[in-house]
Design a protein around this ligand. Sequence first.
Ligand SMILES: [Zn+2]
Length: 156
Amino acid sequence: MRIPDLREAADIKGSRQLSRKAVPPTYIPLKNAIFYSMAAAYAEEKGSRYIIGGHNGDDMRVFEDAGDGFFTSMQAALSAASPRLSKNKLEIMRPLRDMGKPEVVALGAALGVPFEYTWSCHRAGERHCWKCAGCKARTKAFKAAGIKDPLRPKKV
Ligand SMILES: [Zn+2]
């Protein structure tokens, strides 16, 4: 599925006024509602029970749609929308929920995750830009974890 119009909001003033959290400039309106709806459509087609998200504790502190309330409601809504997902007792799992980004990097290193195949940049391109919020968070997390990022060039 392609979702070419999904991008960071041009004007988040209204979202900032209503949010209980500090809405960052990287906010994409209803991003997780859209992604989990797409995942649920796939899960329904495949007859799956689980949808597993990679959200971590840092995400929960920043984004309304990465917290427990959102996922409880989303799971209920998706189950209500799909008899097959309801029958399969759909469960959205977030195994990294209680970890910060540096802990996630450390866990990945311990498990042998091939970080050279991971993507953190918020911009489209062949390589990470190392300037956007996603790239900066990645750099900070690897540094805090004390692990060399195989993608990060020596000089940026
Ligand atoms: Zn970037």
